[in-house]
Unconditional design. Structure first.
Ligand code: DX5
Ligand code: ZN
Length: 226
């Protein structure tokens, strides 16, 4: 299944509820929530109180991307605030295996993220344990950056590796995703696309519909075997 995850970081912070409703009504299934601690990444974004407050205004899946050092410390509290899917960076965990187990124990789905320059080998041992792998296609910390082209090959290699292991794990891609490169990312094997700027710049509802149309066309081509 192909999923669009609009990133709240690209929304109008004066009108979050309105922006969230716009993307939900247009058919986006996940809401991507970027939590930054000022240490793992240079910036600080938002945390528990904001996520908790937003939980009541939407039924979308809360996909919490934790750009936080030793994120296991915060798993239970983010789960209580409404996180459905918790994504932690391999680079930020001294004990990645137990951090993943902690997410599952909380009742959330677990994902592991890799910065652009981190090789796939960093997650090889935990591939059977996670529900999703996030391939960062920009250096995390800010919205509105340009897609780093070499990450495309990384997506292809990860999909091949998962196929070989017989796993249909989701591959999420985050950073610089646009209507122009979405098709190529799906072809490479990604199936969960995060988009901040390219959704919230302009008419968010219309942008979501355009992404979903690309997804449908891709599905159609797959079914016809093209
Ligand atoms: C970057 C964040 C992204 C960001 C994407 O560190 O993880 O989720 O919001 O923004 P765009 O789509 O503008 O690159
Ligand atoms: Zn993100």
């Amino acid at each position: 299944m192909i999923i669009l995850a609009p990133s709240l970081l690209g929304a109008d912070f004066k009108n979050l509820e309105q922006d969230i409703k716009a993307v939900e009504q247009a058919g986006a299934m996940y809401l991507h929530l970027d939590v930054m601690d000022g240490t793992f990444v240079p910036s600080i974004s938002f945390g528990m109180p904001v996520i908790k407050a937003l939980r009541s205004c939407t039924d979308m899946v809360f996909d919490v991307h934790m750009m936080v050092e030793e994120p296991a410390r915060y798993v239970d509290v983010f789960r209580e605030c409404g996180a459905d899917l918790i994504c932690i960076h391999a680079e930020a965990c001294r004990h990645l295996d137990s951090a993943i187990a902690k997410i599952h124990q909380s009742g959330a789905r677990a994902a592991v993220a890799l910065n652009p320059a981190t090789p796939l080998s960093a997650v090889e041992m935990v591939l059977p344990l996670v529900d999703m792998v996030l391939i960062m296609s920009v250096n995390p910390g800010f919205g509105g950056q340009k897609f780093i082209p070499y990450t495309l090959e990384k997506i292809r290699n990860l999909r091949k590796r998962l196929d070989k292991l017989g796993l249909d794990t989701d591959i999420q891609v985050d950073g610089g995703v646009t209507l122009e490169n979405a098709g190529e990312l799906l072809e490479a094997g990604a199936n969960v696309l995060v988009a901040g700027t390219s959704v919230f710049n302009g008419d968010a509802g219309e942008n979501v519909r355009r992404f979903l149309q690309i997804f449908e066309e891709h599905d159609g081509r797959l079914k016809r075997g093209i």
